[in-house]
Design a protein around this ligand. Structure first.
Ligand code: FAD
Length: 474
């Protein structure tokens, strides 16, 4: 059945498009999952978002929120058709609240652009995904994204103070306090972080900010000779005086590809560990680097580390790993498993065994300091062999007490594995919350949990939509 867009046009004041070009753009993200956008909507304001949701409930039309469209597991792909709600134009950034240390932003503001805008205030939003030049704060919230600096600062969840959300009922709600602190009740905001647009559409986010250190220095450590790597992480983590904020890993093949980038100047010939060291100025930077050097020598790192004065340059380079592999190998598995840090070497060796058993090429990089690695395996992810490889990777993560997703989210790809991780009680609680927030299952159907509400809302009048009409949004 065609979308009843004519019934929306009179009520919706934003822009709507069902052009082939816009539909094609909104049907894909950075994964190899393809969806079927029937139209794209750019709401003008929150009233427009409410209008969209009420219309979608009335006609049982799926709505899929979209920020930067950089998801890697089909999170922002409209699997069951319907309208893609594009928040990329919602880029307002309010002045920093210097007392509480927060900033209120539109969900569409790009992570790196926000970083640049905040720098003069001496504060920053720490999570810096490899995609930070194109991913949005709304997408970061909805996937609980993290990045290299999450070793010290944690993932997005820790930095979201409050959010305005339009639920799948059409109701508006502010989750989180307007005060610096609040002890009232369980944290409802926490349930929306990482919910991949399945519970509500986020229209505004207030972020907590950290104090920007005077210096953030990158250090590149060739580590060919020092596997196992877990003792290195444990040693570095147990030396707070070093003020290390990131511990990243790239295997020998990824390192070699990065060395070829113009201006890369990376040392060594094998795998690399990339670090970020924070300091208050030249003198304390010098002391930290000396202590780091002594620590690395003790750990038998024989080749000298090299220093990159601007750590952000290193993270931008490291973020190119995925794009380099896109060019070199095309369709492939790009996984995101995480295990307890002490078991990261077992994860690495099991990944190598999988690569040999299945006869497939393996590239590994990721957030070593958090036990979160991205095995990239050159095989069509949708082929039977690709499916078997993915299953083997998830089984290894599960056997080590890990997770199928350290940071990218679940999307459509990994949802069948979620019950194993959450258990039946966890799934029941999540389903209860979903049915309260989105009773018709119109928000991003086919994502996050199997059988979470109706997988495909069937087009036509909603039996429960009348309840919304009687419960006007606040
Ligand atoms: C090269 C590359 C490197 C990457 N590196 C990292 C990394 O280091 N760490 C990491 O965590 N991830 C990484 N990612 C994955 C991805 O960038 C993150 O998941 C990011 O948070 C997605 O943001 P986005 O704005 O692109 O969201 P989208 O892809 O547009 O959407 C992601 C999810 O959020 C939902 N959503 C978006 N906006 C809203 C809203 N306003 N309200 C409700 N729901 C919303 C969407 O429906 C979808 O479910 C990488 C991706 C690429 C391509």
């Amino acid at each position: 059945m065609a979308l009843p867009l004519s019934t929306l046009r009179g009520r919706f004041r934003g822009e709507l498009s069902d052009s082939a070009a816009e539909r094609a753009r909104a049907s894909a993200d950075a994964s190899f999952v393809l969806g079927r956008a029937e139209a794209v909507a750019w709401p003008n304001d929150v009233d427009d978002v409410v209008t969209l949701v009420l219309w979608a409930r009335e006609h049982r039309v799926p709505l899929t929120a979209r920020g930067g469209g950089t998801s890697l597991d089909g999170e922002s792909v409209p699997l069951h058709g319907g309208v893609v709600v594009d928040f990329a134009r919602w880029t307002d950034v309010a002045p920093v609240d210097p007392v509480v240390g927060t900033v209120r932003v539109g969900p569409g503001v790009v992570n790196r652009a926000l970083h640049d805008q905040l720098t003069p205030s001496g504060r920053f939003f720490p999570p810096n995904p490899g995609s930070w030049r194109s991913c949005s704060i709304g997408g970061n919230l909805a996937t609980n994204a993290s990045g290299p600096r999450s070793f010290r600062y944690g993932s997005t969840r820790r930095w979201v103070h409050s959010a305005d959300v339009v639920l799948g009922t059409g109701e508006r709600v502010t989750l989180g306090p307007s005060t610096a602190k609040r002890s009232l009740g369980p944290d409802l905001l926490d349930l929306v972080v990482g919910s991949e647009g399945t519970l509500g559409l986020v229209t505004s986010v207030t972020l907590r900010l950290a104090t920007l250190p005077a210096r953030r220095t990158g250090v590149v450590v060739p580590v060919g000779a020092i596997e196992p790597l877990a003792p290195l992480v444990v040693d570095l983590a147990s030396r707070p005086s070093l003020r290390i904020s990131a511990v990243e890993y790239v295997d020998a093949r990824v390192a070699e590809a990065l060395r070829q980038r113009p201006g890369a100047r990376l040392p060594g010939t094998g795998p690399l560990v990339l670090l970020e060291v924070e300091s208050d100025g030249e003198e304390s930077e010098g002391r930290a680097l000396e202590e780091l050097d002594a620590t690395l020598r003790k750990l038998a790192v024989s080749e000298p580390a090299s220093v990159v004065a601007d750590a952000d340059r290193l993270w931008t380079l490291r973020g190119e790993a995925g794009a380099i592999l896109d060019g070199a190998s095309g369709r492939r598995i790009r996984e995101d498993v995480a295990v307890p840090v002490r078991l990261v070497d077992r994860l690495l060796s099991d990944l190598r065994r999988i690569s040999v058993d299945f006869g497939v090429e393996l590239y590994v990089y990721g957030h070593l300091g958090q036990g979160n690695l991205h095995p990239n395996v050159v095989v069509d992810p949708e082929s039977p062999k690709g499916t078997a490889v993915r299953r083997a990777i998830y089984d290894v993560a599960a056997s080590l007490g890990g997770t199928v997703s350290g940071e990218h989210g679940v999307g459509s790809r990994k949802r069948e594995f979620v019950p194993r991780e959450l258990g039946p009680v966890g799934v029941r609680l999540l389903r209860g919350w979903k049915s309260l927030c989105d009773p018709d299952g119109i928000l991003n159907p086919g994502k996050l949990l199997p059988d979470l509400g109706p997988a495909t809302p069937s087009r036509g009048p909603s039996p429960s939509a009348g309840a919304v009409a009687r419960t006007p949004p606040e």
